[in-house]
Design a protein around this ligand. Structure first.
Ligand SMILES: [Fe+2]
Ligand SMILES: [Fe+2]
Length: 374
């Protein structure tokens, strides 16, 4: 067995990384970050590190007071939302580490994944833990509930399945099993990239806007500020999925793999959006009132975002006639004077600087709508 999987972590071949593919190349050895290759990936990593922040940058004492003064329905809404975000970030971090890093054979992309995974786990998940620990609730009970709450678990099911499939394909490749098929592997990676794209830019959306609505109503301000930071990170993660999908499609064999999973990918977005609708009904089942949002508004917001996101990766949207029912969300997509503002000053539209110029025209148009909320 050992002989079979030698070289997975450190391949002794003298590899020329300037000619290696992003995924499934010869292997990995030295982190060749000295090489000036994959410039747009390097830039994106630098930008993401420039936005670096930590869970402990915020204190939640005032939020704890706000929480105490809220009625039970609002408390439930706040907690349901936070629980879902916790689950999603747990999946996101692990996906980067266990689905994509093991098959990434470009050092610059590997470096991106490490910072991406770090943010999901050590900053975003850590932030949710800090918030819940600061509230006058039993934090353990809150976190325990995530794993027994079907509303939360079922919402990410379709996405997780795609990631698990790629983990299996990665293992087959590593163990050189007889039934391993390179094209099937590429198809699976294509689906996992779509799944990551949906996770970063569709699934998080209704939760984020709910967190911001609390802040718009003058309560849970620090949580709103922290979630804004998280959203800015997620926009960068979303941008990288778009870059990778469009970039891989320029290679004929990858293009064929993406084409072969086109319908399955569309189904994935559809399932994700339907799960979002169900989730929204669950969020508002108690007829909770929070000015600025409600079940219908959130569903329109989901459609609006999904159209932009699907267009950006060359998928035909499920709904064409959409509008942004929460145009006030604009200020949460731009860095501002919250906390560590200095290093973000030049990054108001920082996503624009991160996108590979080879991205198709539809992406530029959809991105501009995504950022301006129009
Ligand atoms: Fe995250
Ligand atoms: Fe993310």
């Amino acid at each position: 067995m050992r002989g079979l999987i030698m070289n997975q972590l450190f391949n002794k071949t003298n590899i020329d990384f300037s000619t290696e593919p992003l995924f499934l190349g010869t292997g990995r050895n030295i982190s060749r970050l000295d090489l000036n290759i994959e410039q747009h990936i390097q830039n994106q990593t630098k930008d993401a590190l420039g936005l670096m922040w930590f869970a402990t940058d915020f204190t939640y004492t005032e939020d704890a007071k706000d929480f105490e003064s809220m009625d039970d329905k609002l408390k439930n809404l706040f907690l349901k939302n936070l629980k879902f975000q916790t689950l999603l970030d747990s999946i996101a971090g692990r996906t980067v580490a266990e689905v994509f890093i093991p098959i990434t054979t470009n050092p610059q992309l590997e470096s991106w994944w490490f910072q991406h995974g770090f943010m999901e786990n050590n900053v975003h998940s850590e932030t949710y833990a800090e918030i819940v620990k600061a509230l006058p609730v039993n934090a353990k009970e809150i976190f325990d509930d995530i794993m027994i709450n079907d509303h939360i678990l079922s919402r990410a099911e379709a996405i997780v399945e795609k990631f698990e499939d790629t983990v299996i394909m990665n293992a087959k490749r590593l163990l050189k099993t007889d039934d391993y098929d390179l094209f099937e592997h590429k198809k699976s990676i294509a689906l996992s990239l779509y799944a990551l794209n949906a996770l970063e830019a569709v699934l998080f959306k209704s939760s984020f806007i709910t967190s911001f609505a609390f802040k718009e109503n003058g309560i849970m301000n620090s949580t709103g500020d922290a979630v804004k930071k998280i959203q800015l990170d997620e926009i960068g993660h979303y941008a990288m999925t778009v870059n990778l999908i469009n970039r891989l499609k320029s290679d004929p064999e990858w293009a064929a793999a993406f084409d072969a999973v086109k319908d399955e990918a569309r189904e994935l977005y559809k399932t994700a959006i339907e799960a979002d609708y169900k989730w929204i009904d669950y969020l508002f089942e108690e007829n909770v009132i929070l000015l600025g949002i409600g079940a219908d508004i959130l569903k329109q917001y989901v459609d609006y975002n999904a159209k932009i996101v699907m267009t950006s990766v060359g998928q035909e949207p499920l709904v064409y006639e959409t509008f942004n029912p929460c145009t006030w969300d604009k200020k949460y997509k731009k860095s501002s004077n919250v906390q560590t503002a200095m290093k973000e000053k030049n990054s108001a539209n920082y996503l624009l600087g991160k996108i590979n110029p080879d991205s198709p025209q539809e992406f530029w148009e959809s991105l501009s709508k995504y950022l301006t909320g129009e």
